[in-house]
Ligand binder design. Structure first.
Ligand code: CUA
Length: 340
């Protein structure tokens, strides 16, 4: 008996540890169990239903395992040529119920609820805000077609309005996931997938690439800023115009450095001669929260670190090391941080 108990204790212990660890790990990471949108609420509801059923099945099966360990086998269960005992008949009925009827009922319920939920997630809305997102190596290109502007690694959305995000990739498969707002959808080269949802609560939500895509998969983050309709309209209006002329002499010199160096060959800044399309559009870089899709917080000192040596910060990134004087780096930082 003393040797048998650990066999029961191990799976119970593992299950409890998994629940406790997942609770501990929630600080700082977005959780799909803390939904802030209609679609995320549907998904969380389905998750809780599945979790509840799984817990029920686990407790019942574990109960039978414990009973089987504690009870001696019924020696009259198999009587040669005679009538099966009461225990044997009970066991046979349990096999039919536990092995066939109950699993079929559970799968039927989950099948219906899953199909209903999936249909609810795909319903198109007439007044949806369309956004195009392309998974890059390793960042996200974000375009608002109606306002004709492109940004990177940040989406702004109006609270309460349906959005329709058209997702694709120009390299490998990535997966676009904002756990608190919607389910994950893959970005696949040569194919456009659509993600629809409504964000209900204003706030800033973290998104991640949820499909392993290479050396910097872990640094392919983005943020979604959900704001009131008025704030969102102001943001759209501001972004549908090119940035203002550089306001200081240093920023003006920084713009000249940007266009004279290789920067302008890879990046676009609206309203300037820079029209590269390899790296992110930098038209509103000064107001973005991070550099390198979450690799660094966007501060002047971090930008001064990134510009000459992006591969040193984020190995594998397409942006090369640049040979620039410290004065040129300082001018570039002043210019780029002024772009809003
Ligand atoms: Cu992109 Cu993982």
């Amino acid at each position: 008996m003393t040797r048998r108990w650990p066999r029961v204790a191990v799976p119970v212990g593992v299950a409890l540890a998994a629940v406790l660890l997942s609770a501990c790990g929630s600080s700082g990471s977005p959780s799909m169990l803390d939904p802030k949108g209609s679609e995320a609420s549907h998904i969380a509801g389905l998750w809780w239903l599945m979790f509840g059923i799984a817990c029920g099945v686990y407790v019942i099966v574990a109960g039978f395992i414990v009973r089987a360990i504690l009870h001696k086998p019924d020696e009259n269960a198999l009587v040669d040529g005679g009538e099966p005992s009461v225990t044997r008949r009970f066991d046979d009925r349990m096999i039919v119920w536990g092995g066939v009827i109950v699993p079929v009922l559970i799968l039927a319920v989950l099948g219906v609820v899953t199909v209903t939920t999936t249909n609810a997630l795909r319903r198109p809305e007439a007044d949806a805000l369309r956004i195009d997102v392309v998974g890059k190596r390793w960042w996200w290109e974000v375009t608002y077609p109606a306002a004709h502007f492109t940004t990177a690694n940040e989406l702004h959305l109006p609270a309460g309005r349906p959005v329709e995000i058209e997702l694709t990739s120009d390299n490998v498969i990535h997966s676009f996931w904002v756990p608190q707002l919607a389910g994950k959808v893959d970005t696949i080269p040569g194919q456009v997938n659509t993600l629809r949802f409504v964000a209900r609560t204003p706030g800033v939500y973290k998104g991640e690439c949820a499909e392993f895509c290479g050396i910097q998969h872990a640094h392919m983050g983005f943020i979604v800023v959900v704001e009131s309709a008025g704030a969102f309209d102001r943001w759209m209006l501001q972004h549908s115009q090119p940035p203002l002329e550089p306001a200081s002499e240093a920023a003006d010199e920084g713009m000249a450095v940007f266009n004279a160096q290789t920067c302008a060959g890879c990046h676009t800044i609206d309203g300037t001669p820079a029209h590269g399309d390899v790296g992110p559009n930098l038209t509103d870089l000064g107001e973005r929260a991070t550099i390198g899709a979450g690799a660094l917080e966007n501060t002047p000192s971090n930008l001064a670190r990134w510009i000459p040596d992006a591969p040193g910060v984020k190995p594998g990134v397409l942006m090369p090391q640049l040979t620039l004087s410290s004065r040129d780096v300082a001018l570039l930082v002043t210019y780029l941080e002024s772009l809003k």
